[in-house]
Design a protein around this ligand. Structure first.
Ligand code: GLA
Length: 709
């Protein structure tokens, strides 16, 4: 397994480190300390264009090669970032047209990173030149194991640029999509407000205007900008594959923040890498949701540097950040806890951001593995070194294991973008919150979950959750029907099927193309203001632990074939269905016409577990997070205590803890921020003579130890 750090050797030369005679003297010490922490990989180079090409065509990669040579002495491998995230100043001076224009047409000036328009031909040309030069100079280095393309694509809201070149590409993109102006007018509904165009060149970019733009146009603009970002990454990927075919490519992604289609982006990469803010987020369920989403971006065709499955975390915060109001220290044990959360949910490589707090630049008060002094006796270095020791034990065990989920949450960027458009039925509706209610219920009950697009193979999942599919294409609706027809259980909600892929509302009832699947029709919907609630009254077998409110949105449902599971208890629609279930083919389609509080979703999961024979990984107190990685015959459980106090677990049968090499049995107090990595079959491993992992003598064979609530 690769375990390492993001390193900027260029920060650690004379006069900031080293000596006048030997400006790079510090690098050897860095490599020693890295090896001491158990690191076997560094990422570097991602912002180095201005140093690798100080003047046009005058390349200097020798310093990077020297840094890589030093890494070689300590057997540390290298991921090289192509340096295009930070164009050099000479380039923007010579070609100011590469600068992005904002939605008012004003340039975002040079002098920092990401100051480029992804539609600029000039920028593409220069990018290709520097990537080709870098691959030529360093592509044969023994330590190189992967390329990271650019860095934080779309960061600082640079996904959209309103340059003339963007306008040219936008029109070409529209022409390729719609083929005729008539079709564009029809699909975009340009009759509204007289937006009809008679020539491609008339189609506006959605720049600042007196009021809102046509939503269908804005969505296409998002799709176009996404395709552009993916094409730019693919252009670099193709070049790198041509020049260094054995070296896989990746780029660092973030969940739910950047405006491009991450599934599309993942398909341009050999493996997915992610930036994780885990250590500064207080809610483990939110982190888990983001990790699950990023893990799910690439399910097949993964090519990591060591052939393992999963994804890499290429920037895991080593400590505090510098961009919050107050950047408090990350408490002892928290970096370790969240590193294990990432591993538990499928990471097969982890690198910390970053090696040492720089003495220069805007990130000098950002937490690193080392503090400014670089001595290596600081708290975070010690904590991460402990993780490094543990990773050495775990790596052989985790090799080729992955997370296998039996449930998934449907997610498409088209839908997420649609839900962010203005003029929605309820401005207080928040898609992330709605997703999170489902994800938290699964997470808190320790049921593994993937994210997927409707166009993926869904038959592998027992349950598919589809919260708020506001936009759903006819083809997607057919695929959902097929899934249920063949025995799947689909759980959908209000705010589904309100528009098709062209942002056109149906005239055949809501949810569009799905009324037969759910055996109902939504005839009206009643968005509720904050603080206003209806209530749910349940019928039949649905278990209720609390009174459940109906908030944010109430669908008025006309039931047809469906069974009614719950009704509203007040207002003019009191007694009308709020939640239903319909048998369809071999499966069932459940519809929840409103949003509730978290306890409702816990009850929902409890009910679905029985209905669909779905078992939690282990039964543990609510505050303990459990995830599992598996491969044939092996199941590795991770138990994480996110609390500041110990949690008592009870093991009826001993299990083997990889981190200590001991058995855990009977009552066991998992300390605050404590972690257990447990194996289900200790005896079996013993017979396989695994040398690196101590095996408990008395561990029983067979059935998994149960930990009751
Ligand atoms: C991103 C970038 C890093 C760094 C961090 C700061 O992850 O890739 O270079 O600036 O943000 O949070």
């Amino acid at each position: 397994m690769y375990f390492g750090v993001d390193y900027h050797p260029e920060h650690w030369v004379y006069p900031y480190a080293g000596t006048e005679e030997n400006p790079e003297a510090r690098w050897e010490r860095d490599a020693e300390l890295m090896a001491g922490a158990g690191f076997n990989v560094v990422r570097m180079g991602e912002f180095s264009w201005g140093l690798c090409e100080r003047e046009e065509g005058n390349y200097d990669f020798a310093w990077l090669r020297r840094a890589m040579d030093i890494m070689a002495k300590k057997e540390i491998k290298v991921v090289l970032g192509t340096p295009t995230a930070a164009p050099p100043l000479w380039l923007s001076k010579k070609h100011p047209e590469i600068l992005p224009l904002d939605e008012r047409g004003l340039p975002l000036h040079e002098g920092t990173r990401h100051a480029y328009c992804v539609n600029s031909d000039v920028y593409w040309d220069y990018s290709k030149k520097i990537v080709r030069a870098m691959a030529g100079a360093l592509g044969d280095h023994s330590q190189l194991i992967a390329w990271q393309i650019d860095n934080g694509i779309g960061g600082h809201a640079t996904e959209f640029s309103f340059n003339e070149e963007a306008r040219r590409d936008w029109h070409a993109w529209l022409r390729a999509k719609y083929e005729t102006i008539e079709r564009l007018n029809d699909c975009m509904g340009t009759r509204f407000w007289g937006q009809t165009v008679t020539d491609w060149s008339q189609v506006p970019m959605p720049m600042v205007a007196p009021t809102v733009h046509n939503p269908a146009l804005v969505l296409d603009w998002m799709r176009f900008s996404s395709d552009t970002a993916v094409a730019y990454v693919k252009c670099q990927a193709d070049l790198l594959h041509e020049l260094t075919p054995n070296i896989p490519v990746t780029t660092n992604l973030r969940a739910l923040t950047r405006h491009f289609d991450h599934f599309d982006m993942a398909s341009a990469l050999d493996f997915v890498s992610v930036d994780s803010n885990a250590t500064i987020k207080s809610k483990s369920a939110e982190n888990a949701c983001e990790i699950d989403m990023l893990r799910s971006l690439k399910k097949d065709g993964i090519r990591t540097p060591d052939g393992d499955c999963g994804f890499w975390v290429i920037e895991q915060k080593a400590g505090h950040v510098n961009w919050q109001e107050v950047n408090s220290l990350v408490r002892p044990g928290v970096v370790r806890l969240f590193t294990y959360q990432l591993l538990s949910r499928g990471a097969s490589g982890v690198l910390y951001f970053f090696w040492r707090q720089p003495r220069i630049g805007s990130e000098k008060f950002y937490g690193g593995v080392l503090t400014h002094d670089g001595r290596g006796d600081n708290r975070v270095y010690r904590e991460i070194s402990q993780i490094g020791d543990e990773i050495k034990l775990l790596a052989p065990v985790l090799k080729d294991t992955c997370v296998c989920a039996e449930t998934c949450i449907l997610f498409t960027h088209d839908n997420a973008w649609t839900l962010k458009l203005p003029m929605q039925p309820n401005r207080n509706f928040n898609y992330r919150e709605h997703l999170q209610l489902f994800h938290s219920a699964l997470h808190d009950r320790n049921i593994a979950v993937d994210f997927a697009r409707a166009t993926e193979e869904l038959s592998r999942y027992k349950i598919v959750f589809a919260p708020s599919l506001h936009m759903i294409a006819g083809g997607e609706a057919d695929l959902l029907k097929l899934y249920v027809q063949n025995g799947g259980t689909l759980v959908s909600t209000f705010n589904t099927g309100l528009v098709d892929e062209h942002h056109i509302a149906p005239d055949s009832g809501f949810p569009a193309n799905l009324t037969d699947l759910f055996g109902l029709e939504v005839t009206e919907f009643d968005p509720l203001p904050p603080g206003e609630e209806n209530h749910l009254t349940f019928k039949g077998t649905f278990p209720t632990s609390h009174l459940h409110p109906a908030k944010v949105w109430c669908d008025l449902i006309e039931p047809k074939e469906c069974e009614v599971l719950a009704t509203y208890s007040k207002d003019f629609y009191a007694g009308r269905p709020a939640m239903t279930m319909n048998n369809y083919g071999l499966g069932r389609a459940i519809y929840i016409g409103t949003m509730s509080h978290q306890y409702f979703y816990y009850d929902l999961i409890a009910w679905l577990r029985q209905l669909c024979n779905l078992y939690p990984l282990l039964k543990v107190p609510d505050t303990v997070e459990v995830s599992m990685r598996q491969k044939d015959g092996t199941k590795i459980y991770f138990l994480l205590n996110h609390q500041h106090s110990p949690v008592r677990l009870q093991f009826y049968k001993p299990m083997h803890d990889f981190l200590t090499g001991h058995d855990v049995a009977g009552n066991y107090d998992l300390p605050p921020h404590g972690v257990l990595v447990l194996d289900e079959h200790p005896k079996k491993r013993e017979t396989e003579e695994t040398e690196t992992i101590p095996v408990p003598a008395a561990a029983p064979e067979g059935e998994m130890a149960k930990v009751p609530v």
